[in-house]
Design a protein around this ligand. Structure first.
Ligand code: ATP
Ligand code: MG
Length: 415
């Protein structure tokens, strides 16, 4: 296979990269960006490696007027801000000692040593300022063959850092077009006990990306078969099949790849109770926002039956009471459940129409506020709030069509 080359000059970031190369001519683009450029995928971040020690990197950049943020100077990483974009620049490293979670690193001048500590061959390539790709471990061939392969012996690399188990599934989903190597899967099975020693934050940050990524059911099945699923989500124990079936259903009906929907599908399919779900999300240290979104989909709320939501008035009523994304999320989950249950009257078209209607309708805004009641002469006090609540229910039941004047008349009637 020809030595790979990347036409960097054609990239819109090239002038920014060139500014860095003007000061650090030996630096190279490393890791994910090289992989993504070689496989014609959009690049999210351009990370660079360089043989100079961090202090020198910092001094040279600053001397050239480039702003530097000391992102992780102890690990040799800083961020250079060029034309409003951040570039992570890391001094080449070699692992000295690893304990399954953290590595003691030392600076090195060797590109090969730096590549050797990376996880997969496809992530271990680097590209110099001329566009020449340096590929020490056959990453290019693996990328073209759709093989996600550890640099070196899989089990050894997993024992150095068990997070690589999750990274394996995440990259297999995106880049693996051939079935994963059986020896790699066996190595993963042998190392599942190490997952307990990882911080939950690191696990969740990988897990959430697998969940919203491609081929999630396939990856979760592999995780189930290797014992990884039980190790990271023990709450699903004994109910994994139900959980995965529901996830499969929610994907089959083409629900959007939302983390909240997919996680809720797993948890709902496992049939676990809300308190256990809440404890599970807490244990995983999901963000508060993530937990709130997932719980909102699972907590009892209006899961409309498409048969009962026939008119725009019905739709408006629902939208007045529940945020649109939550409502739509619940509908996806309810449809997945019906499909999963094999219900005889399951009709995807009805669900589709319901979602369409709820997506098209404007969110109704309750037209009455406390000050309107005061302006109409009602006495201030707690009664104002009570009246508003009653009028709002009446307004919702009526399909949210009553305007301010009608609401005011109703308010006066009941006051
Ligand atoms: P993405 O586009 O998903 O961010 P990426 O390749 O940039 O993909 P990152 O997690 O951002 O992935 O990591 C950047 C690079 O650092 C990887 O390409 C890999 O070379 C290396 N790397 C990251 N985490 C590990 C790890 N746990 N073990 C070994 N190498 C790692
Ligand atoms: Mg990255």
């Amino acid at each position: 296979m020809n030595a790979p080359f990347i036409s960097l000059r054609d990239l819109s970031v090239f002038p920014s990269l060139q500014q860095i190369w003007d000061v650090l001519p030996e630096a190279r683009v490393v890791g994910g960006a090289v992989r993504d450029l070689l496989s014609n995928r959009p690049v999210s971040d351009f990370d660079l490696g360089t043989p100079e020690p961090p202090q020198t990197v910092m001094e040279r950049l600053e001397a050239a007027g480039i702003r530097v943020i000391p992102t992780g100077l102890a690990h040799g990483t800083l961020t250079a801000l060029v034309n409003g974009r951040g570039f992570e620049i890391t001094t080449l490293r070699r692992d000295e000692e690893t304990d399954g979670r953290h590595a003691q690193v030392a600076w090195t001048q060797s590109w090969r040593e730096d590549a050797a500590r990376r996880d997969f061959t496809i992530n271990a390539m680097s590209c110099d300022s001329s566009g020449n790709v340096h590929d020490y471990f056959g990453g290019y061939a693996d990328l073209n063959a759709g093989r996600v392969r550890f640099v070196g012996d899989a089990e050894t690399r997993i024992r150095e850092d068990a997070l690589r188990i999750f990274r394996f599934f995440r990259f297999q989903a995106r880049f693996g077009s051939v079935a994963p190597d059986t020896e790699t899967l066996r190595a993963i099975s042998r190392c599942v006990d190490m997952i307990a020693r990882l911080s939950v934050e690191r696990i969740w940050s990988e897990l959430r990306r697998i969940l919203v990524g491609p081929r999630v059911v396939e990856m979760f099945r592999l995780m189930q078969n290797t014992g990884v699923l039980t190790a990271c989500l023990p709450e699903l124990s004994g109910h994994e099949d139900g959980a995965l079936r529901r996830l499969e259903a929610v994907i089959a009906i083409e629900a959007p790849a939302r983390l909240d929907i997919r996680m809720a599908a797993l948890l709902a399919g496992a049939g676990i109770s809300l308190p256990v779900i809440e404890a599970c999300l807490k244990r995983l240290r999901t963000s508060r926002q993530e937990a709130v979104a997932i719980i909102a989909l699972l907590r009892d709320g209006p899961v409309p039956d498409p048969l009962t939501v026939a008119t725009p008035k019905d739709g408006a009523r629902l939208l007045a009471g529940t945020e649109r994304d939550i409502l739509l999320g619940r509908i996806w989950l309810a449809e997945a459940q019906q499909k999963d249950d094999g219900a005889g009257d399951y009709d995807p078209e009805k669900w589709r129409r319901l979602r369409q209607m709820l997506s098209d309708l404007p969110v109704p805004v309750f037209p009455l506020a406390g000050r309107d009641l005061l302006a109409a002469g009602l006495p201030p006090g707690p009664r104002i709030g009570e009246i508003l609540t009653v009028v709002r229910s009446w307004w919702e039941e009526g399909g949210c069509t009553a305007d301010k004047e009608k609401c005011l008349i109703h308010a006066k009637d009941i006051s």
